[in-house]
Design a protein around this ligand. Structure first.
Ligand SMILES: [Zn+2]
Length: 222
């Protein structure tokens, strides 16, 4: 497939990593089932897990069956979850239970190379989720656990932040300033809420984002 010049991120990736001996794939999980839906669900679990662990994946959707970008409704997800519960096969093993725990599967060098090759390949308008907001977006209603949020936050803190220690040159400042001229700041009620409420620990009765955050926090405790 990669030979016939198809222009998809996956085909690009495959071309870059194929040599005369072919390309080496590592299997993540053997799904012992002849039900195609089990396979789709296993894929979804892996995509969720790997994304939450900070891997940048080529997968454009959250995986599973159906056409690209198909979004499962909550009742469908609940039904699938309850079908999957208590089953001995297809269990995703995370952290220390994973067979790959603590193993360096790829060298940092290799990972840096891949990261560089992928840079910008699914950003902006080339991302199928570009311009999708609210219920339109596949991640709508998806909530991260506190543990995951803490890990993601830690990954971007201090020297781990890609902008750490970066200082704009006068020229860069001028260009940025020119671009932002005339645009009201903060750019949305949402970011005003983040800046003035979330970041300062302020709760405002009249702010719908404060209300929404509180509802979500209550939902999490239940
Ligand atoms: Zn607020």
């Amino acid at each position: 497939m990669a030979q016939n010049g198809k222009k998809t991120p996956f085909a690009d990736w495959l071309r870059k990593h194929t040599d005369r001996e072919g390309v080496y794939f590592e299997s993540l999980e053997l799904v012992m089932s002849d039900d195609l839906e089990d396979l789709g669900r296993a894929e979804q679990r892996w995509i969720t897990t790997l994304r939450e662990d900070g891997h940048r994946l080529l997968n454009l959707t959250e995986g599973g069956l159906g056409p690209r970008g198909y979004v499962w409704t909550q009742p469908q997800r609940d039904a699938a979850a309850s079908r999957a519960r208590g089953r001995s096969t297809g269990v995703s093993r995370r952290g220390p239970d994973s067979p790959n725990w603590g193993r360096a599967i790829h060298s940092d060098e290799q990972k840096a190379r891949w990261s560089e090759q992928r840079r910008g390949s699914i950003t902006g308008a080339s991302n199928p989720n570009f311009g999708k907001f609210g219920q339109e977006h596949p991640s709508f209603g998806h909530r991260l656990s506190e543990e995951t949020k803490a890990r993601l936050s830690e990954q971007k803190r201090g020297s781990n932040n890609p902008n750490f220690g970066k200082v704009m040159s006068d020229e860069e400042r001028r260009v940025r300033s020119e671009k932002l001229k005339g645009r009201p700041r903060p750019s949305s009620i949402r970011s005003a809420h983040t800046r003035h409420h979330t970041n300062k620990g302020v709760f405002k009765e009249s702010c719908r984002h404060c209300q929404a955050d509180r509802l979500a926090a209550e939902g999490e405790r239940e």
